[in-house]
Structures are given as C-alpha cells and as structure tokens.
Design a protein around this ligand. Structure first.
Ligand code: IPE
Ligand code: IPE
Ligand code: MG
Length: 254
C-alpha cells in the first residue's frame, strides 16, 4: 500500500455519506480452510477499523450492510452465530462509540430479530443518542424491497386516516416514509469481494451514488482501502443528468 494515501484525499470534498456492502467473509474463511463464522468474526475487525477511519476523516454518515432479509435463509447455525456476533459486538462497542462521539442507528425489519437482540439494540441506540459525530447506520435484517413495501403500506394507512392527500405525494413524501428519512442519500457505495451487484441494498437512495467495487474481501478491508475508494470517488464527474460542460461551468462559478 503506498504511503501517505490519506494526504491525497481532498478534505473539502468528502462524500457526506458512504454506504458499504460488507461482502466476502465466508469465502475469506473458506480460503483459509476455516468455518464461515471465522470470517464473520474477522469481519468485525474491519468494521472497527472502517468506523474509526471514517470518524477520523470527518465523514458524517456511514451505512454498513450487515445482514439482509434474504440472509435469514442461510443455514441456521450461520444465522444464529452471525446474529449473536452482531448484537454482542454492538453492545460491547457502546463505550468506544461514546468516546468517539459516534451515534448508532439501525435500519431494517427488526421484528425478525429475537426479543433479546431487539432489547440490546434499543439500549445501544439510546446510550449513543446524544452523540453528534459520525452517524453509524447498521442495516440489519434490511432489504430495500422490504423497506419500499413498508413505506407504501404506511403511506396507504395515512391516506386512509386522512393525514395525506394522494395528490400531494411527491419524492419528498416517499423519502419521509423510508427508514433513511433522516439521512442524506449515499454519495459513494462500496462493495467488497468482487461481486458486481446491489443485493437489495438502498435501491431508491443509491439513484445517483457513485459505485465502487473492489476484489478485497471484507475481512481484509482496512482504512487504506477506504482512502483508495474516496480518492477514486473524488476523481469522478457527477453529472446528475446534465452535460459535462454544464457541470464544469457550475464548478467554475462556485
Ligand atoms: C458478508 O459475507 C456478510 C453477510 C452477508 C452477512 P458473506 O457471508 O456473504 O461471505 P461470502 O460472500 O459468502 O464470501
Ligand atoms: C449482501 O451480501 C448482504 C450483506 C452484505 C449483508 P450477500 O452475500 O448476502 O449477497 P448475494 O447473495 O451474494 O447477492
Ligand atoms: Mg456474500
């Protein structure tokens, strides 16, 4: 890894929100002749390192896809092992989160989680709720289609209750019914482990995100890899449907 990669980052143009699909734990472990859970266990080290790195840089929002609604269909032993690892880690990390002013958020279908896990999470959310640094958003039992169906259901109920007029529904309305209503859309989405897909992650919110794929397996992903992704992001021209010339003119005026 080249030295001083962090110095190549333009601190004035950081993405406000980075979202990561943390993939490749199972293969990382299998390649070492180990059980898949061994990979998840080591993946936690990467989570710590990337959360720390993001907070140091001054990133405002970091969303980590930790468990999808589809992941419930994995073998029971893996699901149980992974769930207890996630919940235990979150609980144990609360003092460190507080020390670093990190506020924890959770998005996903939490009703699918066992009662004790829901209670542990709730406590961690409350204990970090006053922090004003990095917002760490854990996507747990999350999927975008679940989220969108849920949003439509809630909008339907509010129409029925006379709280909203269907005529006034706009993008802003839908945004308010998503689990991410309090967060800006991610500007950079990273997926590790060499898979080139979204796997039901933030389908609506990623509309204009820059996508970055790396072959590095999640347990090997460290701050330097994050810096590389940010540097790559900063070299791109985000056009939002306009022409390159319009964007260049706007940048000159700013
Ligand atoms: C990512 O690693 C963690 C979760 C999806 C929970 P995987 O467990 O998907 O690892 P691979 O993709 O099988 O290697
Ligand atoms: C996506 O990874 C979900 C998480 C990282 C939590 P998967 O490993 O479940 O995705 P697919 O099955 O390869 O698309
Ligand atoms: Mg995977």
């Amino acid at each position: 890894m080249p030295e001083g990669l962090i110095d190549k980052i333009d601190r004035e143009h950081l993405p406000r929100h980075i979202a990561i699909i943390m993939d490749g734990n199972g293969r990382w472990a299998e390649e070492k002749g180990q059980d898949r859970l061994y990979g998840h266990f080591h993946g936690v080290e990467s989570v710590r390192n990337i959360v720390e790195g993001s907070a140091e840089l001054g990133i405002e929002y970091l969303t980590l896809y930790a468990f999808s609604t589809e992941n419930w269909d994995r073998p029971q032993q893996e699901v149980e092992g992974l769930m207890s690892l996630l919940v235990e880690t979150i609980r144990k990390e609360v003092p460190t989160l507080n020390k670093n002013h990190i506020r924890l958020h959770v998005i996903g279908d939490l009703n699918m989680l066992p009662a004790f896990a829901q209670a542990e999470l709730q406590e961690a959310l409350e204990l970090t709720s006053q922090n004003t640094g990095l917002n760490l958003i854990m996507a747990l039992s999350y999927s975008s289609r679940w989220e969108l169906v849920n949003a439509v259901k809630n909008i339907g109920q509010d129409i029925k209750a006379g709280k909203i007029d269907p005529e006034t529904i706009c993008q802003e309305t839908l945004q308010q019914y998503l689990t991410t209503s309090k967060f800006p859309d991610p500007e950079l989405m990273i997926r590790t482990s060499g898979e080139y897909r979204i796997s039901n992650f933030l389908l609506y919110q990623l509309a204009y995100a820059e996508l970055y794929f790396t072959n590095t397996r999640w347990p090997d992903f460290r701050k330097e890899n994050l810096y590389e992704a940010i540097i790559d992001f900063q070299g791109r021209e985000r056009r939002f449907g306009k022409t390159g010339q319009q964007i260049q003119e706007e940048t000159q005026l700013a």
